[in-house]
Design a protein around this ligand. Structure first.
Ligand SMILES: CSCCC(=O)C(=O)COP(=O)(O)O
Ligand code: ZN
Length: 203
């Protein structure tokens, strides 16, 4: 597991990369890395900042409920992402080492078209999402948006399939996870391609 300051540097670098891709516009999006499992601790990006310009210390260590712990390696004064509670729930349930939340357009357009879940099949890029192109079908769960992370967490857990490392929050954005930030990014990149394909074909 990474130490907190190394995780902070990686969160800042990945956030800058996603901002360059147009997936963290304004102050949108947030990323986390799991620091320990027992007790669960995550380093999560700080709330409300331009994610393209994060300093390596612009993160907050949170517990399994997404609440800040007492000692902060980056110092006091930063709030954890408003969505830290959902990051913690996803990390707890899936065992992920990193969770990324991005405000891409394709997932929210797909959720408008398929609010009960987005079905993908027979596409080579599914391999890059951690699935086989021969899997019968891959269903990306869609949940309604909420400002309450416990409501989102409960909805996530009801639809959780260990083989599907993503969740679309309707009219909001997407969560993707993996063992580390690079795996989560590769999956997010491939999922964006898959959902862009699905929405273009449906037009
Ligand atoms: C225009 S961003 C609205 C809040 C949001 O959805 C988001 O992803 C960023 O929240 P944070 O608290 O992590 O800055
Ligand atoms: Zn968001």
């Amino acid at each position: 597991m990474p130490d907190a300051l190394a995780a902070g540097a990686a969160l800042a670098a990945e956030s800058a990369r996603y901002t360059g891709m147009g997936w963290m516009r304004g102050t949108s999006g947030n990323l986390s890395v799991t620091l320990s499992r027992d007790p669960l601790r995550l380093a999560v990006t700080a709330s409300g900042l331009d994610k393209g310009e994060l300093a390596p210390t612009d993160f907050v260590v949170v517990d399994g409920a997404g609440e800040p712990v007492d000692e902060q390696p980056g110092g006091p004064g930063l709030r954890p992402s408003a969505e830290a509670g959902l990051h913690a729930r996803i990390a707890a349930v899936s065992g992920a080492g990193a969770v990324v939340h991005l405000h891409m357009l394709a997932p929210v357009v797909a959720a408008e078209l398929w609010p009960c879940g987005i079905v993908l099949r027979d596409l080579e890029m599914l391999k890059g999402f951690g699935r086989s192109a021969e899997d019968d079908e891959v269903r990306i769960p869609v949940v309604p948006n909420s400002q309450d992370m416990r409501v989102l967490g409960d909805a996530f857990e009801r639809g959780f399939d260990p083989a599907t490392p993503a969740l679309v929050v309707a009219r909001h954005g997407v969560y993707v996870w993996g063992d580390d930030l690079m795996t989560a990014r590769h999956r997010a990149e491939c999922l964006e391609w898959l959902l862009r394909f699905a929405t273009e074909v449906a037009r």
